[in-house]
Write a protein that binds this ligand. Structure first.
Ligand SMILES: [Zn+2]
Length: 176
């Protein structure tokens, strides 16, 4: 793994409307540890989210940002309850709007990104998109539970409460 340097970090603050007017592209990394809700939702806060954003105008002349965010994140396998690394990839397609009302006017393929005047927190937007893309449940690809059972030894035998002979015996010995 390579080290995160200041050069390849995505800037945290930026004016999305200005970016859209200027047709700016941004590539960079977002450290997972800097996103508290993301940290809460996953097992390991190490690593980075790889982000590629293109700001611009849609056919309808709406200010938009498109691109992707992706990261390997550590989740809990719901079969064996140990960590499993999952690639989470989020396709970003957002219309930059002032409020809910403007959000309703967006074409269907755009989700709203509600932004006030001036600079916005790009990391917050990335975090939101990544949280929406986290799988509800994660599993190892291999049959992890089988290999665990093999390691722990012989499977437990289920004992019968009473065998039929014992029942017969009891019937014989019962008083007439
Ligand atoms: Zn597993």
């Amino acid at each position: 793994m390579f080290k995160t340097t200041l050069q390849n970090l995505l800037p945290r603050q930026g004016d999305p409307r200005k970016f859209a007017q200027q047709g700016i592209s941004l590539q960079g990394l977002v450290p997972i540890a800097s996103l508290s809700r993301m940290v809460d939702a996953i097992e390991e806060s190490a690593g980075e989210i790889q982000v590629d954003l293109v700001f611009g105008l849609s056919e309808e002349k709406k200010k938009i940002v498109t691109g992707y965010a992706k990261a390997n994140v550590s989740l809990i396998c719901q079969r064996c309850l140990s960590p499993v690394t999952v690639l989470v990839e989020s396709n970003i397609s957002l219309g930059i709007v002032w409020d809910e009302e403007h959000a309703l006017a967006l074409p269907e393929y755009l989700d709203p990104w509600i932004v006030g005047e001036g600079a916005a927190d790009l990391y917050e937007m990335i975090e939101e998109e990544m949280l929406l893309s986290l799988p509800a449940v994660a599993y190892h690809q291999e049959s992890c539970i089988d290999s665990k059972l093999l390691v722990s030894g012989t499977p437990v035998e289920v004992k019968q409460e009473k065998n039929p002979f014992q029942v017969l015996e009891q019937l014989k010995s019962s008083p007439k």
